[in-house]
Design a protein around this ligand. Structure first.
Ligand code: SF4
Ligand code: SF4
Length: 204
C-alpha cells in the first residue's frame, strides 16, 4: 500500500467520517462528502456556522475515517487549515463542480458561507481485515512522521513462548527475544496481558 493509493481509495468511498473534539473535550463525528482529492492534498468544504468549522478554526486537528467494501480501514490524522483567501473561490468551484448536489444545498451566493480547508500533512493508517494474517501499514502524506502504535517485546523477554501461543494472528516470531511482526498485528493486547515477564510494552 502507498499514500497515493490510499488517497484514491478515500475518493472511491466518497463519504468520509470526520472527527474533531469539542470545547468540552468530547468527540464529535460527522459525514462529509464535499471533498476534492489531489495526490498530495485533500480539500473540503464546510459552512462557518457549523460546530465542525468552528472546531477546525480553533484547533485544526481532525481524524478522517473510511471503510472500503473490501474491509480496508483507512484513517488519517491531520491538521486542517483554511486555504488562503485568494484560493477559496477556485477550490469552491472545483468541489461544487465535482459534487453537483451542493448546488441544491447552497444555491447561488449562499455557498459563500462556506470555507475550504486543506490537509497537506497527515499520518495514515491502513488496516486490511480481509486477509489472514491481517495487514497493517503506517504511511504519511506531506511532512510528518509515521505513527507507532501497538506493542513491542523488550529485552526482558525470557523466550517462554506464551505470547506466540495466544496470538490470534500468529504474528509473533520465535528468537532469543521474541518479535512481533507489527504489519500483521491486531493490537488486541493478548500477548501483553499474558506475558509472565511483563516484557511487552504498549507503544503509545
Ligand atoms: S510471553 Fe513474554 S517472555 Fe514469553 S516469549 Fe513472549 S514476550 Fe517473551
Ligand atoms: S497484540 Fe494481539 S495480534 Fe498483536 S502480537 Fe499481540 S496477541 Fe498478536
Amino acid at each position: 500500500m502507498d499514500t497515493i493509493t490510499c488517497i484514491k481509495k478515500l475518493g472511491y468511498v466518497g463519504t468520509l467520517t470526520f472527527a474533531t473534539v469539542d470545547k468540552n473535550g468530547h468527540p464529535q463525528a460527522r459525514s462529509i462528502s464535499a471533498i476534492h482529492y489531489e495526490p498530495d492534498a485533500i480539500y473540503f468544504y464546510t459552512a462557518r456556522g457549523k460546530n465542525f468549522c468552528q472546531q477546525l478554526l480553533a484547533d485544526g486537528h481532525v481524524q478522517i475515517l473510511a471503510l472500503t467494501k473490501y474491509k480496508e480501514m483507512i484513517r488519517l490524522s491531520a491538521v486542517a487549515k483554511p486555504v488562503p483567501d485568494n484560493e477559496q473561490e477556485h477550490w469552491k468551484d472545483v468541489i461544487f463542480e465535482e459534487q453537483p448536489y451542493l448546488v441544491n444545498v447552497y444555491p447561488g451566493d449562499t455557498r459563500n458561507i462556506g470555507i475550504i480547508f486543506c490537509i497537506r500533512d497527515a499520518q495514515i493508517e491502513y488496516f486490511f481485515l480481509g486477509s489472514h494474517p491481517i495487514e497493517r501499514e503506517y504511511l504519511t502524506m506531506g511532512n510528518t512522521e509515521p505513527e507507532r502504535k501497538g506493542f513491542e517485546i523488550t529485552d526482558s523477554c525470557i523466550a517462554c513462548g506464551t505470547c506466540q501461543s495466544v496470538c490470534p494472528q500468529g504474528c509473533i516470531e520465535e528468537g532469543e527475544i521474541f518479535h512481533i511482526q507489527s504489519n500483521h498485528c491486531l493490537h488486541c493486547g493478548n500477548c501483553f496481558e499474558n506475558c509472565p515477564a511483563e516484557a511487552i510494552i504498549r507503544l503509545d
